[in-house]
Design a protein around this ligand. Structure first.
Ligand SMILES: CC(C)(COP(=O)(O)OP(=O)(O)OC[C@H]1O[C@@H](n2cnc3c(N)ncnc32)[C@H](O)[C@@H]1OP(=O)(O)O)[C@@H](O)C(=O)NCCC(=O)NCCS
Length: 161
């Protein structure tokens, strides 16, 4: 598969809306293109992933792969690309809000569940972290500096073993 992962340009925001709409993901008012990578197969945008950075941490959100292209490694490549972008920066950690069925995927990339009250204060910068609609998602964190001891919570809600 000749997949190319590139930063989204300003005129590509419509692809970000479309990918999320198709998957019936909770709608966002905006998908800031400067925060997104898009995975391209030829001229088809098949997936995307967002990263919002703030101070010493990053928030991973908006990871989505179009149905027809799932389970072929596209999501993993998007995830690895945004991890690679952060490695070598001053970022100490990345956090993500994850529903339990996606936790295995995030664990593969060294994310671990963490209690919300154990997060560094700077992790609260993104509105999603205080959005009541997302309160059932577990917070997962990946350290880039061992600055966070993922003294992890007792497991994700609903997770089976
Ligand atoms: C999660 C998602 C981005 C994974 O993308 P992908 O391209 O299918 O992922 P990859 O092929 O690289 O990796 C496959 C892994 O993803 C997970 N995965 C993929 N599709 C899945 C599905 N339908 N149900 C559960 N897990 C799934 C599994 O952990 C799988 O690993 P496995 O094959 O060892 O079981 C994709 O399923 C998706 O867009 N889902 C809807 C949006 C979403 O939930 N985003 C994440 C928000 S936290």
């Amino acid at each position: 598969m000749n997949l190319q992962i590139r930063p989204a340009s300003v005129d590509e925001e419509r692809h970000l809306h479309r990918i999320h709409q198709e998957l019936k993901r909770p709608a966002r008012d905006t998908y800031p293109p400067e925060e997104f990578l898009i995975a391209w197969l030829e001229d088809e945008a098949v997936g995307c992933a967002g990263t919002a950075v703030h101070q010493d941490g990053a928030y991973f959100y908006g990871l989505a792969v179009r149905k027809a292209w799932q389970r072929q490694g596209v999501g993993s490549q998007l995830m690895q690309a945004r991890i690679d972008l952060l490695a070598g920066t001053k970022m100490n950690y990345a956090i993500a809000l994850v529903m339990f069925w996606n936790s295995r995927f995030f664990r593969k990339f060294d994310f671990a569940p963490v209690k919300r009250n154990a997060l560094p204060q700077s992790a609260g910068f993104h509105a999603d972290l205080t959005n009541p609609l997302l309160r059932r998602s577990a917070v997962m964190v990946r350290s880039f500096r061992q600055a966070i001891d993922p003294t992890v919570a007792s497991g994700l809600p609903g997770e089976q073993g």
